[in-house]
Every structure is written in structure tokens, then in C-alpha cells.
Design a binder for this molecule. Structure first.
Ligand SMILES: Cc1ncc(COP(=O)(O)O)c(C=O)c1O
Length: 391
């Protein structure tokens, strides 16, 4: 009996599950999945415990608890000078992941087209497929993963309903420049298209990179839904507290879907989100310097091992080209990932699954490593990568 719907039959398992299983089997140092192996700030963890012990254990309002919506709006004002009404412009979701799914379902109809940049974070396109939406791909090209203006302009058609922008970007570490975002904004205005941004790495920036919030560019406040979450900034990826914010009609549309996907999100963890979002600027500065140190260190290690390294401007990730390092029989990123786990004892994520089937070869020589790991883990990875010169 065929039990699986046609809607999901093509999905397979995620590359993260495959690599995690293989890494565990071979005892590899896992630089695969983008989850920290250290805990979040103690005061944030304590706030969750307090909330559990304060009878905050029943359903929260579907749109999110009022103090959390206020803290999200305040954070947007603090960092981006964005003015949001916490009662109408903010929706709490089960992580950015549910925020994106609810956005696709709430803002698009079957047969609409939505533009995405590839390599593309792995949940967006399955979200679209489940909604009957057609993804239109625009490639990020060259060593700096830049956007070709003509290619982007051509992707907009009469059927384009939305464009999804992830900045800082997973898996490349690209931070979209103000000029690129201006170009996107102009096209959105010209074609009456909604922008949905995924900004979960908004606080993980390197060197002099700065994060520009598309919603703050001229004309974009009315047509941008900004999605972010607690997980990456506060090292609590398991909490799955996220939010979608923007003009009331967009947020209302997203809530129409959200109310029948999760209805409401974990109450005690929402309460702890208030503590997290209101942490002083010093916390965010220290977060950035600790990540800068991790990235700098791993850039050096990977370069020394012989990889071509794409220097990230933000996010948890470093993308490499493995061709100068792997033995000659290794033909693609999947073989490379398996070889690296088995022979060197380090796990990374092959890049080709971040491309659509027709473009898989574009990711064939790339692998993504996560740097969101404690010193001991990076020490162990450093030791193992040091073997590479000798293979
Ligand atoms: C670009 C991007 N968006 C969303 C997520 C997931 O966010 P959340 O845990 O808040 O659902 C991730 C996690 O890896 C990510 O890299």
C-alpha cells in the first residue's frame, strides 16, 4: 500500500540526519549541523526554569504572549530603529522554521511563484512544494556569492508573489550588501512582490560586515515580513522560539496559517525570550567577538589543511572547496563528506543538497563547516585536520 502522499514523497531524509548518523557511527568531530554544543546565557536559562515554576505552563495566546511581542518590537527598535506595534505587527512562531512555513502558506496561493537564492536553506522549497507554490531559483555566483542583477530581474514574472532572502546566509556566510538589497527592493516595488526575510543570524557578523534589514529600506516596510528567532543568537536552538514581524496585514495573513499549524508556542520558553531579547548591548558585542574568534581560528585551520576557503561575513558557517585536499578518487561532495568522516574524523555538510536537482553540480565541490562549537570541539577538529597534510 502506498501510504505516502505525493506532496512529500520526493523529500527524502535531510542531509543533516544522514551526516549526523555517519558522524556518530565513526566518532567524528561534528562540524555539520548549525547547533552550538554549548549552552545559552545562564540568566536566560534561569528565566525558563523560573517560568516553569511560576505556573506559566498552559497555552499562550496564539499570536504570542504580550511581553514577548513587546520585547521583539523593542529589539527591532533598539537595533534597527524599526517601529512595530506589538499588538498587530508581531507574531510568535515555533522557530523561524514555522514562521517561514506559515508565511508561505499565509501569503501565497498554489501556482504562485516565489523567488529563492541558491544555494538555498533546506526548508524553504519543501514549504513551497507543500503549498503548491513554484520556486524560481536565482544563483549566488562567484567567490563572494554575488547576485547578478539581470538574472534576478528575469526571475520576476507576472506570477511572482514573493521573494525569500536569507541574510546572513546559510550555507555560504554571505551578508547581502545594501546595494543588493536596494536592487531587490526596487524589483519588489516594481512588480508588487512581498519580501520574506530570514534573519536568524542577524547578530553573527564578522569583520566590518553590517546587517541591513530589508524592511528598513525605502518603500519596503509595507511589503516585508521579517523572520528571526532566539535559537542562533542565544544558543538555544532546541527551544524553537521564533517570530514573524511586519505590517499588520502581512502578519495577520501569516497568523491565519499559524493558528492551524501550531496554534500557540511554548509558554515558559516565551517568557524566557523576554529576558534574552532585553539583554544589554554588551551581550551582543561579546557574542560577536566570540564568533569572530571561532571563525578566524577555523579559517586558519582550514586554509592550513589546504582548502580553498570562502571567507564568511556572517552566520555560523564556513564554506570550502575541497578539491586541493581530497584524494583523486573523490568525485563529489557526498564522497568527500564520507571520506572526511571516515579517514580524518571530521563531519561537514555537503553543499549540493542546497541546490535544486538541475543545479546540483554547482555545489559539487563545496562543503560547509559550522564554527558554533566550544573550544574543545574546535581543538579536536584542529588536531584531526592537521592530519590532512600527511594523507
Ligand atoms: C537560515 C536558517 N533559517 C532558519 C533556521 C531554523 O531556525 P529555528 O530553529 O528558529 O526554526 C536555521 C537553522 O539552521 C537557518 O540556518
Amino acid at each position: 500500500m502506498a501510504v505516502m502522499s505525493r506532496r512529500v514523497a520526493g523529500f527524502g531524509t535531510t542531509i543533516f540526519a544522514d551526516i549526523n548518523a555517519l558522524a556518530a557511527k565513526h566518532g567524528a568531530v561534528n562540524l555539520g549541523q548549525g547547533a552550538p554544543d554549548f549552552d545559552g546565557p545562564p540568566e536566560v536559562l534561569a528565566a525558563a526554569v523560573t517560568a516553569v515554576n511560576s505556573a506559566l505552563n498552559q497555552y499562550a495566546p496564539g499570536i504570542g504572549m504580550a511581553p514577548v511581542r513587546q520585547a521583539i518590537a523593542h529589539h527591532a527598535q533598539r537595533f534597527y530603529n524599526q517601529q512595530l506595534n506589538p499588538d498587530t505587527d508581531v507574531l510568535v512562531t515555533s522557530g523561524a522554521t514555522e514562521g517561514m512555513f506559515a508565511a508561505i502558506l499565509g501569503l501565497t496561493d498554489a501556482g504562485d511563484e516565489v523567488i529563492v537564492f541558491e544555494p538555498v536553506y533546506d526548508t524553504y522549497v519543501p514549504n513551497m512544494i507543500m503549498g503548491g507554490v513554484i520556486p524560481r531559483y536565482v544563483a549566488l555566483r562567484g567567490d563572494d556569492w554575488s547576485v547578478d542583477g539581470d538574472e534576478l530581474a528575469q526571475a520576476f514574472t507576472a506570477r511572482t508573489k514573493a521573494i525569500v532572502i536569507n541574510t546572513p546566509h546559510n550555507p555560504t556566510g554571505k551578508v547581502f550588501s545594501r546595494d543588493e538589497l536596494r536592487m531587490i527592493a526596487e524589483l519588489c516595488l516594481k512588480h508588487n512582490v512581498v519580501a520574506i526575510t530570514d534573519e536568524v543570524y542577524e547578530h553573527i557578523l564578522y569583520d566590518d560586515a553590517s546587517h541591513v534589514r530589508l524592511a528598513t529600506l525605502p518603500g519596503m516596510a509595507d511589503r516585508t515580513l521579517t523572520i528571526s528567532s532566539l535559537g542562533k543568537t542565544f544558543s538555544v536552538t532546541g527551544w524553537k522560539i521564533g517570530w514573524a514581524m511586519g505590517p499588520a496585514p502581512l502578519v495577520h495573513a501569516v497568523n491565519q496559517a499559524h493558528q492551524f499549524i501550531t496554534f500557540a508556542v511554548s509558554s515558559p520558553l516565551q517568557a524566557a525570550a523576554v529576558t534574552a531579547l532585553n539583554l544589554p548591548f554588551g551581550f551582543f558585542g561579546e557574542l560577536q567577538s566570540s564568533y569572530q574568534a571561532r571563525r578566524d581560528r577555523m579559517l586558519g585551520v582550514l586554509q592550513k589543511a589546504g582548502f580553498k576557503v570562502f571567507k564568511p561575513q556572517g552566520s555560523y558557517f564556513i564554506m570550502i572547496d575541497w578539491r586541493g585536499v581530497a584524494p583523486s578518487w573523490v568525485k563529489d561532495d557526498m564522497e568527500f563528506a564520507r571520506w572526511l568522516i571516515r579517514e580524518i574524523g571530521v563531519a561537514g555538510i555537503p553543499a549540493s543538497p542546497f541546490y535544486q536537482e538541475a543545479d546540483r553540480q554547482m555545489g559539487r565541490y563545496f562543503t560547509r563547516f559550522a564554527v558554533c562549537k566550544k573550544d574543545e570541539t574546535l581543538d579536536a577538529a584542529t588536531e584531526r585536520f592537521a592530519k590532512l597534510g600527511k594523507t
